[in-house]
Design a protein around this ligand. Structure first.
Ligand code: PGA
Length: 235
């Protein structure tokens, strides 16, 4: 079971360092893999504050080339030099606001895996696509961009559930996860308004291998509560 906290554009270096020190003291369960994804400028502080713990630090995005004329981008070797363990890729906010197409996401994912980073690649349908009955087709098209890899995890994040408080029902999540797993045999996290109150029933679904948490990962207490809910499913 993997619980990843996607901080989005929250927490500068100072706040990130303080958060990670508090997370370290929160005594998270041993049998759950825990990852935080701070913004680029806070990665070094997070790596430093979490040194010697099992908590991994991931970036939120990464370019496919090792270096070059790509203003505003960051490469896998640069992340690795900092001690970063992996990266998110293809988050719906990247797809929606920064033009990351399936092809761009695939380039990012393959290059990062080749470089030795772990990758959590996000897929998921919009509300309009779900209402139009296109969910499975959208997932098929998005997942087709990837190949199985031992360091690849997918996250099913229905766009209509991100930051909206509208969580997918456990059955909806299970159904989408089954579709994804039929296409690609990798662990699949659920993301979209995961909170301490709904984490356990979502994580209890057999095809749900963990959670990608946005808003509720910004407070140590709620993030730790979700990690503990994951540990309860295990035992
Ligand atoms: P949320 O975000 O938990 O705030 O809905 C999830 C995500 O975007 O990864």
């Amino acid at each position: 079971m993997l619980i990843a906290g996607n901080w989005k554009m929250f927490k500068g270096p100072e706040e990130a360092g303080a958060f990670c020190r508090a997370l370290r003291d929160a005594k998270l369960p041993d049998d759950v893999d825990v990852v935080v994804c701070p913004p680029f400028v806070s990665l070094a502080a997070a790596v430093q504050s979490l040194a010697g713990t099992e908590i991994g630090v991931f970036a939120q995005n990464c370019h496919w080339d090792t270096e070059g004329a790509f203003t505003g981008e960051i490469s896998a070797p640069m992340l690795q030099e900092l001690g970063v363990y992996g990266t998110l890729a293809g988050h719906s906010e990247r797809r929606q606001w920064f033009g990351d197409t399936d092809e761009v996401v695939a380039r990012r994912v393959h290059a990062c895996l080749d470089a030795g980073l772990h990758v959590i690649a996000c897929v998921g349908e919009t509300e309009q696509e779900r209402d139009g009955g296109a969910t499975h087709d959208v997932l098929r098209k998005q997942v087709a961009a990837f190949e199985p890899d031992p360091n690849l995890v997918l996250a099913y994040e229905p766009v209509w559930a991100i930051g909206t408080g509208k969580t997918a029902t456990p059955e909806t999540a299970q159904d989408a996860h089954e579709t994804i797993k039929e296409l690609l045999d990798v662990p699949v996290l659920y993301g979209g308004s995961v909170k301490p109150e709904n984490a356990e029933e979502l994580l209890a679904q057999p095809a749900v291998d963990g959670a990608l948490v946005g808003g509720a990962s910004l407070e140590v207490e709620s993030f730790a509560a979700i990690c503990r809910a994951a540990a309860r499913i295990h035992s």
